[in-house]
Design a protein around this ligand. Structure first.
Ligand SMILES: *Cc1c(COP(=O)(O)O)cnc(C)c1O
Length: 407
């Protein structure tokens, strides 16, 4: 079937019009900042104008602000194979990484190593470094190559912080298998699902995962800097200590007691006052995603990836692109990456032509294939434009070589 024929029978086609997408742009970066759902515009305006403007402080209870982190957490739980009461929406992924690491250590006292992989998303590694430094030498970080991760788990490993979908390559790690190996050695797993939640089917509880964290602004379409989320398996919630023991994780915050007493359940993983405006936008993004069938999302992401790879094949050798994602679509999430020595300039030239992908240092062109908004025809057209950019040498200009602060 041609891309247009595929679009005509696409069960997700109706979702595209629910987003605001600028004319003339093909957005292949929904994995980095999800596009704006139309519903979000009104919902945020309502939260600002009615709930904040009119309701003032009464909206904490009157408009459900105080329940928003747990309510949205329960919705995110449905996307990641968790139960209600296991997820809370709060803070950033980086902050949640810290809380998850500290909780894992509290579940595994007597062990001193936190294991992660080289090439992991940097903030995960930096947060481990910070925690290790704070421990004054009691805790050490160990980084190994991704393929060596499972074999490196040993009797001193307290926690393994691992990303299910690699942010550069889109490679999917086998969650059940890694978790099984970690548990056999007595280690606690922390899954970073920033590129998994809302993108591929995730089965945290089925895999017996322990803790997980993830972003709100990528596939969940929660908006720039959206609150993130944290999952703690129910069986661990009583014993897990979040370390960032803010008053919103207290059993009774409005007692204003001198002593900290953790809330029951996932609520103890909140720290300070919820970011209400951000949560309002996040909830819209999650609600929209929950209307789509995860099997349809996955099938379309695979189809878009295969279409991209097929269309790229004739460009690779002549222009020096090397597929940096797994060739097997079963191992690839909703993105496709190519390595090229001039990746940055090529991405800039593509953006100038209205094809928005992104660059990841040192040499990766990364294209997000988000099934809610992209048509097969968009993917085919993107590769056509990339071909033109290469044939005409459009990328080879000084202005495309200067790196911006955000790539
Ligand atoms: C995007 C991303 C993050 C981002 O963390 P923030 O605290 O939101 O900046 C963390 N981990 C992974 C794997 C990511 O892809």
């Amino acid at each position: 079937m041609t891309p247009h024929e595929l679009d005509a029978v696409d069960p997700l086609a109706r979702f595209r019009e629910r987003f605001i997408l600028p004319e003339g742009v093909i957005y292949l970066d929904g994995n980095s900042l999800g596009p704006l759902p139309r519903a979000t515009v009104d919902a945020v305006a309502r939260t600002v104008t009615n709930e904040w403007g009119e309701g003032l402080i009464g909206s904490w209870t009157g408009a459900g602000w105080v329940e928003a982190p747990g309510r949205i957490g329960d919705k995110i739980a449905r996307l990641i194979g968790a139960e209600p009461g296991e997820v809370v929406a709060c803070d950033s992924t980086s902050v949640n990484a810290f809380k998850a690491l500290a909780a894992a250590l509290s579940l595994n006292p007597g062990r001193a190593t936190i294991l992660s992989e080289r090439g992991n998303f940097p903030t995960d590694v930096y947060m481990i470094e910070g925690l290790a430094a704070l421990s004054g030498g009691a805790i050490q970080m160990r980084l190994v190559d991704p393929e060596a991760l499972e074999a490196a788990i040993d009797e001193d490993t307290a926690a393994v912080l691992v990303t299910q979908v690699n942010y550069k390559t889109g490679r999917i790690r086998d969650m059940a298998e890694t978790t099984r190996i970690a548990h056999a050695k007595g280690a606690v797993t922390i899954w970073d699902l920033s590129h998994s939640a809302g993108s591929i089917p995730v089965a945290l509880n089925e895999a017996r995962a322990d803790l997980a964290i993830g972003c709100g602004y990528k596939f969940l379409n929660g908006g720039p800097g959206a609150p993130a989320w944290i999952y703690v398996a129910q069986r661990h919630q009583g014993a897990a200590h979040p370390a960032l023991t803010g008053w919103f994780g207290h059993a009774r915050p409005f007692d204003f007691a001198d002593e900290y007493e953790p809330a029951e359940g996932i609520a103890r993983f909140q720290c300070g006052t919820p970011a209400v405006l951000g949560l309002a936008a996040l909830e819209c993004g999650v609600d929209g995603l929950l209307e789509a069938d995860m099997a349809d999302l996955r099938a379309k992401a695979v189809a878009l990836g295969e279409l991209f790879v097929r269309a790229m094949a004739p460009l690779c050798e002549p222009h020096g692109f090397v597929l940096a994602s797994p060739a097997d679509s079963a191992l690839r999430a909703s993105q496709i990456s190519y390595a090229h020595p001039d990746a940055y300039a090529i991405v800039q030239a593509l953006i100038a032509r209205g094809v928005i992908g992104d660059f990841r240092a040192p040499d990766i062109l990364r294209f997000g294939l988000t099934p809610l908004t992209l048509r097969h025809a968009d993917v085919a057209r993107s590769v056509e434009i990339l071909g033109e950019v290469m044939e005409r040498g459009e990328w080879d200009r000084a202005e495309y070589r200067t790196r911006k602060a955000v790539t």
